[in-house]
Design a protein around this ligand. Structure first.
Ligand SMILES: *Cc1c(COP(=O)(O)O)cnc(C)c1O
Length: 467
């Protein structure tokens, strides 16, 4: 064995102790950690002949990169839709690394860690009140989940047209209907060879809504004259967290022939609370659903889940089977994730979610979701009551979409957001809603409390007073 590896193995104890102490220190001070980093570092292009050893690498990281680490897992990182990591999920994540399984199969010999994944999917279905007839697995993010689900949808559409896209490549017209697809859905259509321009935009409901107009949808379906199509719907748009009417779509599904996908990246977790569960009524009839775990489930990146109805198992294996490896056996008989999703080799991705679900249960997640909504509503109240600001849309759930009030507000939004983020006390993202420039604050972090809202309000008041 190489000397340095030998040395590190014998001092692993002290390396892990140091990491533990440092990690604890980071988490305990997450409230005070700046939300914005200064990026002035020099990129090293040369790997030395002799390494620094584990402790040396840690020292180098701490000198050079550690100051770049922002408090994105903390309570005031409201940009994008950014979750943190619950204590139990950190434990699960660390153990995923320690055990270093190659998670694929659930039967036969060798690694069987995929059983952890199968169980985690069952626990998630239970948390969200979804039926057991979904087959699910972990991928890196909701983008890859949308990709995975839509890849199976593509194969379905091909079959309905008498083609096998997985074998012969994509050809002909694939009809896709959607109202406000997330940018990652368009990226997925691009990666799938369908093309991000290649969808028909369905109207949304009038009056500050982002929800699909089901009458317009039905009219467009009729116009397709019985051709198969894929419907991509939303459970939680990023600007105003609007939901499509799933009960109405479920009803359409009894009449028309289509693949129904729901991007429920974070909106799915509304189902954790009896107060908001109704927003998802009917979603169990979908063919596929995207869930992001590194958002409202509050587990570390990279964690998301695809759910595809078990009845589409054959389409899914046609799409993803690693067909030229005969030792893997019949994909339908010997279940292996290898034949059901994009990756082949993969870590024990489900373990952080398994830990967190097991540690906090349904009540834990109901509390997280209800607290997030309460925090959003507190912040929204401030925006509404302060004349320097204006809500761009009513706050429906956990995101607040607002802008600067008054005549000259539009010209100043970008500069205001830059100054606000530069305080390092909070991070929000720019957006455009109904043609107006705005700012979005998303609440999904398990730690966020009233004190955090007060800190941000104070900063915003300070900035407007300086104008
Ligand atoms: C965040 C998000 C995505 C993309 O998720 P990643 O985890 O960043 O890949 C897709 N859809 C919706 C609705 C989202 O909020």
């Amino acid at each position: 064995m190489n000397d340095q590896l030998q040395q590190d193995l014998s001092t692993l104890d002290s390396l892990l102790e140091k990491i533990k102490t440092q990690g604890l220190d980071y988490i305990k001070n997450l409230h005070g950690r700046p939300t914005t980093a200064v990026s002035a570092i020099e990129i090293n292009k040369d790997l030395g002949e002799t390494g620094l050893g584990g402790l040396g690498a840690l020292k180098r990281f701490n000198e050079k990169f550690e100051p770049l680490m922002v408090g994105s897992g903390g309570p005031r990182y409201w940009g994008f839709v950014t979750g943190g990591s619950t204590p139990a999920s950190i434990a699960g994540d660390w153990l995923s690394t320690i055990y270093d399984q190659n998670t694929q199969s659930t039967s036969g010999q060798g690694d069987l860690s995929a059983l952890v994944e199968v169980e985690t999917i069952k626990l998630l279905l239970g948390l969200l009140g979804l039926p057991g007839d979904f087959l699910g697995g972990f991928v890196t993010g909701a983008t890859m989940s949308n990709f995975t689900c839509l890849a199976v949808a593509r194969q379905w559409a091909g079959k309905a047209m008498g083609k096998d896209f997985a074998k012969d490549g994509v050809s002909g017209e694939i009809n896709i209907l959607s109202a406000l697809p997330h940018s990652s859905v368009l990226k997925s259509l691009s990666m799938l060879g369908i093309g991000s321009n290649h969808f028909e935009r369905v109207k949304v409901l009038p009056g500050n809504r982002e929800s699909i107009d089901t009458e317009d949808l039905e009219a467009r379906i009729r116009a397709l004259g019985g051709e198969p199509f894929i419907l991509i719907s939303s459970a939680g748009t990023v600007n105003t967290v609007d939901f499509d009417d799933f009960a109405a779509i479920a009803k359409l599904k009894t009449t028309y022939n289509f693949w129904w996908h729901i991007d429920a990246a974070f909106g799915a977790f509304a189902a954790c609370s009896p107060k908001y569960r109704h927003l998802l009524d009917g979603w169990e009839k979908a063919d596929s659903i995207t869930l992001d775990c590194h958002k409202w489930l509050n587990v570390p990146y990279e964690s998301a889940v695809f759910l595809v109805k078990e009845q589409h198992k054959v389409l899914q294996t046609e799409t993803f089977q690693n067909s030229n490896a005969p030792y893997l056996g019949d994909p339908l008989e010997n279940f292996s994730y290898l034949n059901f999703l994009p990756e082949n080799s993969r870590r024990l991705k489900a373990l952080p979610a398994w830990f967190s679900l097991t540690a906090y249960g349904k009540k834990g997640y109901r509390d997280i979701v209800e607290n997030s909504v309460e925090m959003a509503s507190l912040f929204s109240q401030f925006v509404e009551e302060n004349e320097a600001f204006e809500l761009l849309a009513p706050t429906r759930l956990n995101n607040v979409c607002f802008t600067l009030g008054g005549q000259r507000g539009q010209d100043k939004v970008a500069a205001f957001l830059t100054r606000l983020n530069a305080t390092g006390k909070v991070f929000m993202t720019p957006t455009v809603y109904n043609g107006r420039k705005g700012i979005r604050a998303a609440f999904v972090n398990w730690m966020t409390g009233k004190g955090d809202i007060e800190i941000v309000i104070a900063e915003m008041k300070k900035l407007t007073a300086e104008e």
